[in-house]
Design a protein around this ligand. Structure first.
Ligand code: UDP
Length: 247
């Protein structure tokens, strides 16, 4: 990676801005070589997963770009004296990719979600070209899915299977994918489809979007946020940049 990086629990990620991330994507598409760039977002929850999961850490190390998503990664990076300049997350990036008019394929979410996201995005951003959309519950049918993606010939493939499943899937199939850029986007398609409403703007400004997510899905997200956030900060104090030795 030729870029400014921070490192938390052995995971290196970019400290750059959203415009830099977009430049990277546009350059990858412009170059039109045979390489498919692997990009990922990392938030506090992902870093907690990476703390425990050595395979996920290894896969993130193979990524061409890892972007710092949210307040947790920013706090950790600032504490470690490598502050990030921006919150580079999928929800803010998606409209920018759409406005740029890229050919995008959506993979992930429950049946119907990616298709609904495609309809909404096309209605909102007439410039975008969504060249395919399908759900993310395709276990064992990877080859068929990859064939469909490659036939649709997208420039950007968004894979929303949740972390770390999506990153492991991307790393396993990277050499078979013919797109220019593939990005793991977690639950982004649920938001883009309108299935899960986003937090109001004022909450986003105060950087407490996670409290809204917790209110929407308290059972599923209790462990992730109420236990996960303090645990994450504790681990940053304890281990900082270093991967834990015992995992
Ligand atoms: N998902 C999927 N295939 C699977 C498991 C999950 O497409 O086999 C989708 C799920 O429907 C949801 C997303 O992956 O849209 C995971 O969302 P979550 O908010 O947990 O992901 P995160 O953003 O935390 O990685």
């Amino acid at each position: 990676m030729v870029q400014a990086v921070a490192e938390v629990f052995g995971v290196k990620f970019s400290t750059g801005s959203m415009p830099e991330a977009l430049d990277y994507i546009s350059e990858a598409i412009r170059q039109n070589d045979k390489k498919c760039r692997f990009c990922a977002f990392i938030n506090a929850d992902c870093l907690n997963l990476a703390y425990k999961n050595v395979t996920y850490r290894a896969v993130l190390a193979q990524a061409d770009r890892v972007w710092a998503d949210g307040i947790g990664a920013a706090i950790a990076a600032r504490y470690l004296k490598t502050p990030v300049t921006d919150n580079v997350n999928g929800t803010d990036m998606l409209p920018l990719l759409c406005r740029a008019g890229y050919k995008i394929y959506l993979l992930g979410g429950a049946p119907g979600v990616a298709e609904r996201a495609a309809e909404r995005l096309t209605a909102t951003y007439p410039e975008v070209r969504i060249v395919g959309a399908e759900h993310g519950f395709f276990a064992g049918r990877d080859t068929e899915v990859i064939d469909r993606i490659n036939r649709a010939n997208p420039e950007i493939l968004l894979v929303g299977l949740g972390a770390p499943r999506q990153e492991l899937w991307i790393a396993e199939h990277l050499s078979e994918l013919k797109c220019r850029v593939v990005i793991g986007v977690g639950g982004l398609l649920d938001f883009a489809s309108g299935r899960i409403p986003r937090a109001p703007k004022w909450m986003r400004k105060l950087k407490i979007e996670w409290t809204y997510r917790l209110y929407q899905e308290p059972r599923r997200l209790f462990r992730r946020y109420v236990i996960g956030n303090p645990l994450f900060l504790w681990r940053v104090l304890l281990h900082g940049r270093n991967a834990p030795k015992s995992h």
